[in-house]
Design a protein around this ligand. Sequence first.
Ligand code: KIV
Length: 287
Amino acid sequence: MKKTVPYIRNLKNNRVVSMMTAYDYPSAKAVSEAEIDIILVGDSLAQVVLGHDDTLSITVDEMLHHVKAVTNAKPSALVVADMPYMSYHISKEETIKNAGRFIQEGKADAVKIEGGRKRKETIEALLDAEIPVMGHLGLTPQSKNLMGGYKVQGKTLDLARELFEDALLLEEIGCFSMVLEGVPTIVGQSISENINIPTIGIGAGNLTDGQVLVLHDLLGMKSKEYIDAKFVKRYDQQYETTLQALKSYKSDIELRKFPTENHSYDIGSNISDFLKEWKKEIKKILS
Ligand code: KIV
């Protein structure tokens, strides 16, 4: 069964909502087969797939390339496309055009944008264009320069109040869900308890309505030396597994242990006849 926006909204107070990032066809297949509720094609792909230092330089075209790969997997999960930096900051017209591409060309089910009260009119314009919106509050990576780095948000009464009011506003204007990133547990909990749409936490404690992680963080697709954010749990060490597999491959081909006969094609039953004729052929070709 394909999961829809109303389905996700109705999970509030029923069960925990699961969300995971995916950026390509095989990972979307796996995430969906694991029955995760939402696939976020996050702009985190700028860092974990494309190797940029932050999320600021990824473009709509680059994001769209990955959104298409994910929706080609026809996942049952709801697919949310992350609107990249500068794709919703210039004008309502450009915002709708860019978000519309994710829906029309990318076949995403919804978009996500970062920010609270500043984004009120932008979100309203998207909803007017029939595009469902997931909000994103707290540590919003696209605001890294304004925040002075990736810092936990809402740690004072005033800042917590601002976040709380932003969350109420996002619900009121019609977001179907929102990410709460990098906020103290008590802030994640109190927002979740006082709004009627699912909150999806990352570094927001264990009392939000749902959780999300970045796939490459969860899989450990990073060398051992890489220092993860506090909220990351590595469920696997796939960088190390990949490295070991590549080393084994290199060693096998150098020692001619691969490919074996099982990985090779032969000519058929009358090999000795073929060889006789073939040697003559080669002589002819080379003379
Ligand atoms: O881009 C992303 O992966 C995200 C999640 C961390 C919420 O925005």
